[in-house]
Ligand binder design. Structure first.
Ligand code: SAH
Length: 471
């Protein structure tokens, strides 16, 4: 080990920072967070440092560096852009046995400041011993993404309850199991939901119980359109912690592969011959069954669970059966397909609103306000429309939208096989047939769709040649 890691208690202890620029200000900020008694020495101060000085948060030494500035200091930081000055600080500090750090200069430094992930009181510090700062930064990003920000609150709560937990669960094995419950179960979930009082109440209740109660829960997670890069950090964490994953057909294999290796993966899509309500009832029963068995269940749906995803119904069922749940939003197909096709859904010149529509074209189910949908200056994003393109375009035109209105059909949006087919509304069905567009595909109608011709950047783009020739 070239460097010995240590966490220093700087509360009220003097630290000298030499330098008055932006870099010095960043170091000062960190030192202030650790409640150090910060002295800043420089001929001039950046605005942020001046403000702190006026607020009395830092002590200022004016002029150029003098070794006496180090009197009484426990640590020194040299953050000037002059290597000779930095070297002088390091040398004077060394002579007085004060550890010093020269920003971005491992050679001159006798201590280094690690990259940190702050979930106080938990802190993760990462160092590459000064040889690979980029690698250290990458590692920090990874660690940062792994833990929810509520982890610090959980650590504080656990610390506060430590004596009581020890008393209520005297055996080591019992106590371990209790801490597992604390970290994975409803208390952690309530802290994520910003309900600290309720978290403490549940913790008290569990401590009063002689035998642990097995209580599972459900996280309703939006898996996004397919590209695993579009998952949220929360979704990724939920997948990492799941015991069981109930997923839909629309969830991409690339997303599913990110889940914990030993999680049970159960496909719950519609079976041949089954109607939608039967499928839904089967899913409801499975959710409750697994949660009641004490498992952490992830209900994984394509896109966002609340956009044409029946997520609301599933939550109603869980609430009725008193199963606790959380919801993690996902990127819905309209947003993802538009982004990956280079189509801004709103645009100052072309569209002031966007409507997400599901295409029910059977006469008896059709409750859509077609006249409203054909108004100008709006973008329409149709879900589940591939089978009804003929009807869709003719209704829009019949109700007044121009036949020349641009459309874009995005097939397999954000996936490696993405294709975008574009043209004019009057040719929609013909163009889609010619390219054999299949589900999942999202239809975007409106002036903005034409922008795909110039702004496309991902996958294959197939403009309709007839429209292109006419233009
Ligand atoms: N909850 C989902 C939508 C479910 S409805 C969401 O928020 O995205 C299913 C429809 O979504 C499909 O018929 C298709 O129109 C659209 N869709 C979902 N994923 C898609 C993708 N990767 N590319 C194109 N369309 C997609």
């Amino acid at each position: 080990m070239k460097l010995f890691p240590l966490f220093a208690d700087l509360q009220g202890r003097r630290v000298l920072v030499v330098g008055g620029g932006e870099i010095a200000a960043r170091k000062v900020q960190l030192l202030l967070e650790a409640s150090a008694d910060v002295h800043v020495g420089a001929p001039e101060l950046a605005p942020q440092l001046t403000e702190w000085a006026q607020q009395g948060r830092i002590h200022v030494l004016s002029g150029t560096f003098r070794p006496e500035w180090l009197d009484g200091a426990w640590l020194a930081v040299a953050a000037t852009d002059d290597r000779a000055v930095n070297a002088a600080v390091a040398e004077a500090a060394g002579a007085r046995r004060i550890f010093s750090n020269v920003v971005d200069d491992a050679e001159l430094s006798s201590f280094q400041v690690p990259s940190i992930v702050d979930r106080s009181p938990l802190i993760v510090a990462i160092s590459s011993s000064g040889v690979a700062p980029v690698l250290a930064r990458r590692l920090r990003e990874r660690v940062e993404s792994m833990f929810d920000h509520s982890l610090g609150a959980l650590a504080s709560l656990a610390a506060r309850y430590r004596p009581r937990i020890r008393a209520a669960r005297p055996g080591l094995k019992q106590r371990r199991a209790f801490y597992d419950w604390l970290l994975d179960g409803p208390v952690a979930a309530l802290l994520r939901q910003q309900q600290p009082d309720e978290a403490a109440r549940v913790l008290d209740e569990e401590l009063a119980r002689p035998q642990p109660r097995s209580q599972g829960s459900v996280v309703l997670v939006g898996a996004g359109p397919g590209d695993p890069g579009l998952l949220t950090l929360k979704a990724l964490r939920a997948l990492n912690e799941a015991d069981v994953i109930l997923y839909d057909r629309l969830v991409s294999p690339a997303v599913l592969s990110l889940a914990r290796r030993d999680a049970d993966r159960i496909a719950v899509g519609k079976r041949p011959g089954e109607d939608h309500d039967a499928t839904q009832a089967r899913i409801h029963a499975l959710l409750v069954e697994h949660a009641r068995a004490g498992r952490r269940v992830v209900r994984l749906k394509g896109g966002d669970a609340f956009i044409f995803g029946r997520g609301g119904e599933e939550l109603e069922h869980l609430r009725a059966h008193q199963v606790p749940f959380e919801v993690v939003p996902g990127i819905t197909a309209a947003l993802a397909c538009a982004a990956y096709a280079g189509i801004p859904l709103t645009h100052r010149e072309h569209a002031q609103s966007v409507t997400l529509v599901t295409a029910h074209c059977r006469e008896d189910e059709d409750t859509l306000d077609w006249a409203g949908l054909t108004r100008a200056h709006q973008t329409l994003a149709f879900y589940m429309g591939v089978g009804q393109l003929e009807t869709l375009s003719s209704r829009l035109i019949r109700h007044g939208r121009a036949g020349s209105t641009p459309f874009a059909l995005v097939e397999n949006g954000s996936r490696p096989e993405q294709r975008v087919v574009s043209g004019q509304l009057q040719d929609l069905a013909r163009v889609a047939r010619r390219h054999d567009v299949r589900s999942p595909a999202l239809l975007i109608v409106g002036e903005v769709a034409a922008l795909a011709d110039s702004l496309h950047w991902y996958g294959r783009h197939l403009p309709d040649t007839r429209a292109a020739l006419a233009a």
